[in-house]
Design a protein around this ligand. Structure first.
Ligand SMILES: [Zn+2]
Length: 98
């Protein structure tokens, strides 16, 4: 419950809301304060995923803007056979004002 992000499985990317993460992780988008619209969390790669995923990505989460997510999703579907994109739509709990 709460704001815990789920743990992705093998060959899985989980998409969740950008709780508390304000800007896209792409360097030039961070510099221009491009808002993050979602967060992707990479699971452990299977055989194909190991060949296409950057080392260090598995298990990590990255806030992305809409454009970067579209680019990432397109690339992943093109080169990562067997990839599952799982949408984790959980509404964050109420936050205190301020
Ligand atoms: Zn971006």
């Amino acid at each position: 419950m709460g704001n815990q992000r789920p743990t992705p499985g093998v060959d899985e990317i989980i998409v969740s809301p950008p709780w508390g993460q304000r800007y896209c992780a792409r360097l030039d988008h961070t510099v221009t304060s491009t808002p993050a619209r979602l967060v992707v969390t990479f699971g452990a790669p299977g055989v194909v995923g190991r060949a296409v995923l950057f080392p260090g990505c598995p298990g990590r989460s990255y806030p992305l803007c809409t454009q970067c997510f579209d680019d990432t999703r397109h690339l992943a579907r093109t080169v990562w056979a067997g990839l599952t994109l799982r949408d984790h739509q959980v509404t964050p709990g109420p936050r205190a004002a301020g």
